[in-house]
Design a protein around this ligand. Structure first.
Ligand SMILES: *Cc1c(COP(=O)(O)O)cnc(C)c1O
Length: 243
């Protein structure tokens, strides 16, 4: 077994255990392997091991990597590509071509751009709304307060014709113990419940939360997508800002 396979199996095992402890079906939790900074070969290797969801956080890097990966996939295989980093407005066009879902919709303006672009391509873009639950100024995401303002902004996003809003995403602050991330995950779930009550026609089925250091806690708080890089691929050699 390669190190990659060992890492992946260990992560899958930990996801299953965390789900069991939370009395949840592990099948409702999607592992999104975050391959930023790792080469095409690494992505092909995890795909060969059965991972179908892969995430990147920068459009430039993705624009280089995704076509190369897709071209080399075995026939009949495909990858669902997730954009998890901050998306600049001028890169919406490229991102719409490259990605199947965007986790990081953090402004009404970006939502409008994505919807406009999706109209040109002819199918609604699946998205999650990123919320800056912790309020850290270093983080992107919609501010959940004042609440009425937040709810109104989300309402405008839901009215966009070519955006398929499927849920929420957040990043917890860097904390010394994973337990310390719990309040942020819990707050995202509470916000989702509030949105579900306010806008019941939407499924609100996804909560994208949890990374290498805190995904088990996120699962216990209801995560349906966990975004995991280092625990699968190893340490990243160059430091990149998680965006
Ligand atoms: C890098 C990144 C991840 C994965 O982080 P790890 O600590 O490597 O698991 C998850 N989400 C986002 C938005 C990222 O940028």
């Amino acid at each position: 077994m390669t190190d990659l396979e060992k890492n992946l199996r260990a992560v899958q095992e930990r996801i299953a255990r965390a789900a069991e402890r939370a009395h949840r079906d592990p099948g409702e939790i999607t592992l999104v392997a975050i391959s930023k900074t790792f080469p095409v070969e690494a992505v092909l290797a995890v795909r060969a091991l059965g991972v179908q969801d892969v995430g990147e956080n920068r459009v430039e890097e993705a624009g280089d990597k995704i076509p190369q990966v897709n071209e080399r996939l075995e026939s009949g295989q495909r990858i669902t590509w997730h954009m998890v980093g901050h998306l600049q407005h001028r890169k919406v066009k490229d991102a719409s071509t490259l990605f199947d879902i965007v986790h990081s919709v953090d402004s009404l303006r970006l939502a409008r751009r994505l919807s406009d672009r999706a109209r040109e391509t002819g199918h609604a873009m699946p998205v999650l709304l990123e919320v800056n639950v912790s309020g850290e100024t270093s983080k992107y995401g919609l501010a959940p307060n004042p609440r009425e303002e937040f709810l109104a902004t989300v309402g405008e996003m839901l009215a966009l014709p070519n955006l398929d809003v499927q849920g929420l995403m957040t990043m917890a602050p860097i904390v010394s113990s994973p337990e310390d991330a719990r309040p942020y995950f819990r707050a995202l779930r509470a916000l989702r419940d509030e949105l579900r009550a306010r806008y019941p026609d939407q499924s609100w089925r996804h909560l994208s939360m949890g990374m290498t250091d805190d995904f088990q806690v996120a699962i216990s708080e209801g995560a349906t997508m966990v975004r995991i890089g280092r625990a699968i691929f190893g340490a990243r050699s160059c430091s990149v800002q998680p965006t």
